[in-house]
Design a protein around this ligand. Sequence first.
Ligand code: SF4
Length: 338
Amino acid sequence: MEQKTVLIIGAGMAGAEAAAQLAANGIRVCLIEKEPEAGGNVKNWAKLFPDFAVAQDVRGRVFGQLNHPGIELHAGAAIATLSESRGRWTAEDEHGQRYEADAVLLASGFTPFDAGRKEELGHGIYGNIITSVEYEQAILTGRLLTTEGQVPRRVAFLNCVGSRDEKVGNNYCSRVCCINAVKQAIEYKELVPDGEAYVFYMDLRMSGQCYEELYRRAQQEFSVNFIRGRISEASGTIDHRVQLKAEDTLTGLPLRITVDLFVLMVGMEPSAGTKRLASQCGIAGEYGFARAAGTFTADNLTDRPGLFLAGTCKRPLTIPETLADARSAALQIMEYLK
Ligand code: SF4
């Protein structure tokens, strides 16, 4: 194959894996990342569900592949415009640098839901209310403490923050936060065995391999309490704890509980880059995610020849799904370039 160039937008898991597959097949890859370094959302993670794999090891395996002479990484450069003319794609970044390619892979990923949009849940207003991303960073740095520097004795996790929520315009399920809440509750119980952990949920979606087993372990081995309930309000108490007003939707009874730490399991939204580029290229789908050409056999293709999709720019996906999707996209691109 005459050497071709593929521009990949986004150097998270999907972009890195696709870049490695393409470069291994003799294709020149220009990989563009808006952040100062490659890594995507996974760089903030300590351990991954469902098997508590060390995220750094997984990252090392995926991003280690970028050390290939066929891959040129441009970090700190957000793509501002993307266009196509006569089968050639041209992108320009925010600094005015232009890139030309024979095909483009959009792998611009997701952004965690901004919990501040759910004002009633108190994030950014009261202390000791954090998101699942901030919880992960606390685990990563070994400092899971309250704002007052104490070990939290009682922690509540709330599922579906920013997902399955008409009020914020996101009716979809983010697919990973149920199992992530189970993982994070277990991590808490491992750190504080005599502490209390509560997970509030609408319904639990344990569809992945080993998810159900982990959920059972959380209940039986770690005594995590799962409450089918809605939390309508979180507020601070005089002694810096968090009071939750809830409804137990099994009994229909109102419930109040005071906790030391309240964790909001935030869902996935399309990143700003995904929204902007999908809209520019006429492939914006529901909720601003990029729209694939078809559900079954064209999930990496778009209505624009030469423009491909991989990973969470399309919809919420787990990491294994994202990696498999990236490899699939690389195959589709190779087929197209032939
Ligand atoms: S995975 Fe669970 S927590 Fe996340 S949106 Fe779906 S139901 Fe809610």
